[in-house]
Design a protein around this ligand. Structure first.
Ligand code: ADP
Ligand code: TRP
Length: 323
């Protein structure tokens, strides 16, 4: 199956992103034909500083490569290096009913968060539909928050096929099975908007310090503790082996376990878990030319597919073909 995944370059990735979505996403590239891109056109909707956008795009590319994206197998590129997608967006816009976009919750959510309601933000789902349809994507792995955009894509594709004849593959969504929500330092959901994150690639000493700062309840050391409700246990679950987790569970229930002991182990486990990836990340930082080359090779492969679809679409609607 061909799977397509778009990644917004929106800041430093944290372990909630990793265990909640990226790990599952990267695992999918083994069995499927992966098309993964960095959605820098989409990022423009929130008007980032130009230098920040360039920097974040490069950082996300390095993060994904360090964490195991295999560029030999998976096509990996920067969205804006395949501009055919914006042309398809225009053609799709002309058959997209306003009502379909007015119903999208992400636009309303973003405006209520204070992002200025520009036209790009409103048209965001049409660009996303173009991303998906131009690569004949069959499966689109997304978190639950993106499900509506896949439905919009299907509606647009069906309407196009009914109007102009069979042109697009109708994609399916694939809701990524998330681990339970990864808690942040203050016990709320880890999120960059709460400033309570542990970044995947921050220094080992900083990870250690942050873990020691995680908020816990005030159950005394001697008292038995409930692993099910403990945010530290939720973190142990991410990185400890099943055998080790079982031991911790017994120690929780028995009592006599201080949270400091648990935190020390969490820090060790997280640092160990990400150590090989960190080494790869450091290597990539020293070699930005290699990263750029991977993205440009990916763009060439993606562009060839995109232009074939665009040619089909242009002819279907009565424009001149390009091939
Ligand atoms: P943030 O909340 O930091 O802005 P995003 O909304 O950009 O994170 O999340 C990107 C992906 O990472 C989503 O698919 C989401 O499901 C996953 N994710 C983010 N934070 C967590 C978390 N604390 N626990 C589990 N998954 C998360
Ligand atoms: N909207 C997605 C997000 O915010 C990113 C994205 C853009 C995307 N184009 C896509 C995801 C196409 C899947 C398919 O996470």
């Amino acid at each position: 199956m061909r799977i397509l995944s778009g990644i917004q370059p929106s800041g430093k990735l944290h372990i909630g992103n990793y265990f909640g979505a990226m790990r599952q996403n990267l695992a999918l590239q083994e069995e499927h034909e992966g098309f993964y891109f960095i959605a820098d056109y989409h990022a423009l909707t929130s008007n980032p500083q130009p230098e920040a956008l360039r920097q974040r795009t490069l950082e996300v590319a390095m993060d994904y490569l360090a964490l195991g994206l295999n560029p030999e197998k998976t096509v990996f590129w920067r969205q804006s290096d395949v501009p055919a997608v914006t042309e398809l967006q225009w053609i799709l816009s002309c058959i997209t009913p306003m009502g379909l976009l007015q119903r999208c919750t992400s636009y309303k959510d973003k405006v209520s968060q204070g992002i200025s309601p520009n036209h790009g933000l409103f048209a965001y789902p049409v660009l996303q539909a173009a991303d998906i349809l131009i690569f004949d994507s069959q499966l689109v792995p997304v978190g639950a928050d993106q499900k509506q955009h896949i439905e919009v894509t299907r509606d647009i594709a069906v309407k196009f096929n009914n109007t102009y004849g069979e042109t697009f593959v109708i994609p399916e969504d694939y809701i990524i099975e998330s681990v339970a929500v990864v808690p942040g330092l203050d016990g709320r959901k880890m999120s960059k908007s709460y400033n309570n994150t542990i970044e995947i690639f921050e220094s080992e000493s900083s990870i250690q310090k942050k873990v020691m700062r995680i908020v816990t309840d005030s159950t005394p050391v001697e008292a038995p503790k409930n692993p099910e409700t403990c945010n530290l246990f939720a973190l142990l679950r991410l990185a400890a082996s099943p055998e080790e987790l079982k031991e911790w569970e017994e120690r929780y229930r028995k009592g006599g376990l201080g949270y400091g002991t648990v935190k020390k182990r969490i820090a060790e486990l997280l640092i160990e878990y990400f150590r090989p990836y960190r080494a790869k990340r450091t290597e990539l930082e020293k070699n930005p030319d290699y990263v750029e080359k991977v993205l440009m090779d990916g763009a060439a492969r993606a562009d060839a597919v995109a232009r074939r679809t665009l040619d089909r679409v242009r002819r279907a609607v009565g424009l001149k073909g390009i091939l």
